[in-house]
Design a protein around this ligand. Structure first.
Ligand SMILES: Cc1cc2nc3c(=O)[nH]c(=O)nc-3n(C[C@H](O)[C@H](O)[C@H](O)COP(=O)(O)OP(=O)(O)OC[C@H]3O[C@@H](n4cnc5c(N)ncnc54)[C@H](O)[C@@H]3O)c2cc1C
Length: 645
């Protein structure tokens, strides 16, 4: 039986420079789902059906997985043009001054409320409409300027960042800009630009990382003029203050290849619609002023014209929205990490223990250097990707996922280490510090607030699955049919001949000398890092191919192994972006020695992590870990539960 996991057998041509196997007449399933549970299969099928095929040229990061190192796609670094900078500067200056003078982030954290005046003032200055075109009442600024705004917000107050970001990056503006009709844009964009907060409602009790499990229903009315929504959504950020929501709901299933396929559709829903109830406000470890809650729908009637894109395209709307929307969190992480670095550097100088400032002790110096290197790399990848988005430089979903995953994890480590550097003062609240006469430095708040970044808008685990899926794509298109036990043998043999000729050319090339391209405009100290990245990209491609040969269709289950390949590619992306960024700083007249010491440290540190990932691909405890967890889940090892309350 065929699965609906079809992808056109598009050819991976330009980038590999290898003649491709002949196009197959019938589309071949690319992932073997035959050994999967029903729920797992449905989740995958829905994700696959909502996934746009990768751009044939790939992107800088996606090509790393096939041993193709196209440094010229990210070098010279796409620095912000003077014109774009000048357009954003007045707003960014106003925002910076406003935050410093008028937003008391600790008070917001303590009370769990953002003063309405702050929200009104931010609306008035256009902070909720940074990318909305001016014709709809927005500022019409670029992704880079939006990222710079998120960086400012992230360095000051995570609650405001979440309010502004959930509204613009995933709430009504972004999906409407991407998929909305002219009528929808004309009706809703002016509202959400200047007066109404919006939100994005996808998650439910049984549908977190797995939207296929969604149960909220949208049934077409008899006359076809409306949808009737019934169900509940959980953890909807901004809900408590929102005027309009983007809601994902199940619509009537479709029959594909004789089988029923679930359909998810996206709607704009006015919060004041009869039958819609804000049922509960949720509270969290951090983000104490998040206006997040549960929303119930009881026969809520939504006009048909509020459907975003076509029926059944809801998940595609969500995934595409997030492809760019996902860049806001890393930009905010850059801001927060810079702030934490500033706090730590100052404290490392001021605090004297054992006769010297603590920054003179190797243990503390190591932490601060690591922070600095990661801040630089984080800024490099985030603003590189943002600039490429502005330049519409192809398919950047892997880059944005890497930015989200890497920046949120690095920021968590930085916040954790910042707490260690500040010692007991790091653990003490800002209010308590001030109460006894010390500066109220809120490391404790920053740590609480940034933890969620690794969970929402795609958890780190889901980002790795997403990156791995795209990384395997060229191989699945060419060689996927060979491994697929669901296909008739004749089709598998045919695929073997076709892809065999591809691999007989591609594979030996992964052992030839790597070409990093023309590096004459790169500082001599940075060149070895780029040559290393080019070489290591081939090693990565070989490793991934060997893993495919070894595990075949079961590779999809080897999440820990795949996560190491994702980690290697992400670190290579960081090294490459860091060097490109460093050169742009040198060219702009920044002190060469300072830039080089930072970039060299960031690259060396990334190489150590890459070594660690590679070591884990050949020697690891993955299978044992899996088996042990299954034992625990089956109720074994009861002794581990003894002696506790
Ligand atoms: C503060 C906050 C704000 C939020 N805001 C919004 C919002 O505005 N709109 C909205 O729709 N949702 C929102 N969410 C929901 C958020 O996006 C989800 O929490 C997130 O998608 C993860 O879902 P889950 O919590 O149900 O975890 P689960 O999906 O139950 O996952 C639990 C753990 O298992 C891992 N996991 C799950 N599946 C796999 C897999 N296949 N392979 C490997 N690991 C896996 C996850 O990564 C996670 O670590 C918010 C949540 C919070 C806490």
């Amino acid at each position: 039986m065929k699965t609906p996991l079809e992808a056109p057998p598009e050819q991976v041509k330009a980038e590999t420079g290898v003649k491709e196997p002949a196009r197959q007449e019938a589309p071949a399933p690319v992932i073997d789902t035959s050994k999967m549970s029903k729920g797992q299969r449905e989740a995958l099928e829905l994700a696959e059906a909502s996934r746009d095929p990768l751009d044939e040229r790939g992107s800088f990061a996606s090509n790393l997985f096939i041993g193709k190192f196209g440094f010229d796609r990210i070098f010279p670094y796409p620095t912000q043009s003077d014109e774009d900078r000048a357009k954003g500067e007045p707003f960014l200056n106003r925002l910076r001054e406003y935050l410093e003078a008028n937003v008391d982030a600790d008070e917001i954290d303590r009370t769990g409320e953002i003063p309405q005046k702050n929200i009104d003032d931010l609306f008035a200055m256009g902070a909720f409409a940074v990318k909305i075109p001016t014709q709809y009442g927005g500022l019409g600024l670029s992704q880079v300027n939006y990222g710079r705004a998120a960086q400012l917000l992230g360095s000051w107050d995570a609650n405001l960042t979440a309010l502004v970001s959930a509204h613009q990056s995933i709430g009504v503006p972004q999906p409407l800009l991407l998929f909305g009709t002219e009528e929808q844009k004309a009706k809703y964009l002016p509202r959400v630009a200047r007066k109404e907060i919006s939100a994005f409602a996808l998650t439910e009790w049984n549908a977190g990382s797995d939207p296929a499990n969604m149960s909220l229903r949208a049934d077409l009315s008899e006359d076809g003029s409306e949808y009737v929504l019934n169900g509940e959504k959980l953890w909807c950020t901004n809900l408590i203050k929102a005027g309009a929501l983007v809601v994902m709901a199940r619509t009537a299933p479709k029959i594909v290849n004789g089988k029923e396929r679930k359909q998810i559709s996206a709607f704009i829903v006015d919060v004041n619609s009869p039958g819609l109830e804000i049922a509960y406000r949720c509270h969290f470890m951090g983000l104490r002023a998040l206006y997040n809650g549960i929303v119930k729908f009881k026969d809520v009637r939504v006009p048909r014209e509020n459907l975003i894109a076509k029926e059944g395209q809801g998940l595609k709307v969500a995934l595409t929205t997030l492809n760019t929307g996902r860049l806001t969190i890393p930009a905010a992480c850059v801001g927060l990490s810079k702030r934490l670095l500033e706090i730590c550097t100052k404290w490392a100088n001021e605090r004297v223990q054992w006769g010297v400032p603590i920054g003179k002790h190797y243990a503390i110096a190591g932490k601060i250097a690591e922070m600095a290197g990661q801040v630089f790399a984080m800024e490099a990848i985030t603003f590189l990707t943002s600039a490429l988005v502005d330049r519409k430089a192809g398919d950047l979903r892997i880059e944005t996922a890497m930015c989200k995953m890497w920046a949120t994890e690095a920021t968590w480590r930085i916040a954790d280490e910042a707490m260690q550097v500040r010692g007991g003062r790091g653990y003490e609240t800002a209010q308590s510090l001030e109460g006894r006469g010390e500066p109220g430095i809120p490391v404790e708040r920053f740590l609480r607030d940034c933890r969620i970044n690794m969970i929402f808008e795609g958890s780190s685990e889901i980002m790795r699955l997403f990156i791995a899926r795209e990384a395997l794509d060229p191989h699945l298109k060419i060689g996927g049919a060979i491994f697929n036990t669901q296909l008739p043998m004749a089709q598998r043999i045919k695929a073997m001949f076709g892809s065999g000729s591809f691999y007989s050319r591609w594979y030996p090339r992964q052992y030839t000398k790597a070409d990093a391209g023309d590096l004459s405009k790169l500082h001599a100290d940075l060149r070895p890092h780029i040559q290393y990245a080019a070489r290591t990209s081939k090693k990565l491609a070989r490793g991934l191919f060997h893993a495919m040969m070894r595990f075949g269709p079961k590779l999809e289950r080897e999440q820990l192994l795949l996560s190491r390949f994702c980690g290697i590619a992400t670190e290579l992306f960081c090294i490459s972006a860091t060097c490109s960024f460093a050169q742009s700083k040198i060219d702009a007249g920044e002190p060469v020695d300072e830039i080089l010491s930072l970039a060299n440290y960031a690259c060396r540190s990334a190489k150590l992590r890459i070594d660690h990932h590679f070591a884990g691909t050949s020697e690891n405890a993955d299978k044992r870990a899996y088996d042990l967890t299954q034992e625990l889940m089956a109720g074994k090892h009861q002794h581990l539960q003894r002696g506790i309350v």
